[in-house]
Design a binder for this molecule. Structure first.
Ligand code: AFP
Length: 330
């Protein structure tokens, strides 16, 4: 089986981008160790701190954020980083060619129940001059690499550099990421959806109608039954979609009028959207392609609908009807 280094060498990337990808992958190996030691290392549980998003930070959120920060700080090619767990961007190496955005431990509420968590990352080209927040506000289409590392029964790295999606599995003996799927491909059709149903009454009309029709199964307009899955970690849900198809959505809702969206554009939606499009799927907010959004803030949140092309397009048709009738509120 090919190693990550061997695969990257066939992709003819610049030496600088290859270096940054190795830094991220090596850091993920260390995070994998920390996650696996769990309670034995005393790393489970919450802290008394909140991140800029107002969420209580888990000990492992902080530990994994620090691990990535330290690794990226000594990579000369990384000019600056933005993390879900940092209020502001962190400026690193003035001669670096890249900006890195990451969610160090997505799904961290799963940690205490020993369920799926992962690291999501996005690499953008660094504009000339001193890095500031504005430097990061590039549409997702500008990403030169994106991926996630899933800490599950095995540790897996899904990576795209714009040449399809490759899936690697961490060999626990050699500590090498080995290529186990050279071309992940999302089936265009699916009978599986992922959404947090407890928010149903807060969704906008198009999502209400779409999900209601899925639930009607053979008795409704879709004329077939659908199954539902929800891991509560986007990294786990998107991994399932990449492996066997499906539609994953975290739509806008009015549960908290100050927070109509849950998922973060720079750390979650953009890298996952690039992976999904590279695997033949579709990723949208309901009204525009996620990768076309012009970001306004590093911690911006968006609605996400992604996965199997025909199913996402079916969902978007409901939004199209609604969009013609009435402008969406958020
Ligand atoms: P945490 O990293 O704070 O656990 O949040 C994970 C997440 O942002 C995303 O990965 C999940 O899809 C979503 O939240 C789950 O949200 P619910 O709390 O609605 O299940």
């Amino acid at each position: 089986m090919q190693t990550l280094a061997q695969v990257l060498s066939t992709q003819q990337l610049s030496a600088s981008l290859t270096q940054v990808i190795h830094t991220l992958a090596n850091s993920a190996k260390d995070i994998s160790q920390a996650v696996r030691h769990g309670a034995l290392a005393g790393v489970l549980g919450a802290t008394e701190q909140e991140n800029v998003q107002g969420e209580t930070q888990k000990k492992l959120d902080i530990i994994t954020n620090d691990m990535l920060k330290q690794a990226l700080a000594i990579d000369s090619q990384v000019k600056a980083l933005a993390s879900e767990e940092e209020d502001e961007i962190v400026v690193l190496n003035s001669d670096g060619s890249y900006l890195v955005c990451f969610d160090p431990l997505d799904g961290s509420s799963n940690i205490d129940i020993n369920s799926l968590v992962g690291t999501i990352f996005s690499v953008l080209p660094a504009p000339e001059g001193k890095a500031d927040q504005q430097s990061f506000l590039q549409p997702g289409r500008d990403q030169v690499a994106a991926g996630y590392v899933l800490y599950g029964p095995s540790t897996m790295l899904a990576l795209t550099t714009g040449q399809g999606v490759q899936l690697f599995t961490l060999d626990p003996n050699s500590q090498e990421f080995l290529l186990t799927n050279p071309a992940m491909s999302i089936s265009p059709d699916t009978s599986e959806f992922a959404i947090n149903m407890s928010n149903q009454r807060f969704w906008e009309a198009p999502m209400q109608s779409y999900i209601s029709d899925l639930l009607l199964g053979t008795l409704g307009p879709r004329a077939r039954n659908f199954n539902m899955r929800w891991i509560a970690a986007m990294v786990g849900d998107v991994h399932r979609v990449l492996c066997r198809g499906g539609i994953f959505t975290y739509p806008s809702d009015h549960k908290d009028p100050n927070k109509p969206f849950k998922l973060r554009l720079m750390y979650e939606a953009n890298p996952m959207a690039l992976l999904v499009e590279q695997a033949g799927g579709v990723a949208s907010t309901g009204y525009e392609a996620i990768l076309d959004i012009a970001p306004e803030h590093i911690h911006q949140r968006v609605a996400v609908i992604l996965g199997s092309a025909n199913e996402v397009n079916a969902c978007l048709e409901y939004h199209g009807q609604h969009y013609d009738d009435q402008e969406p509120e958020c």
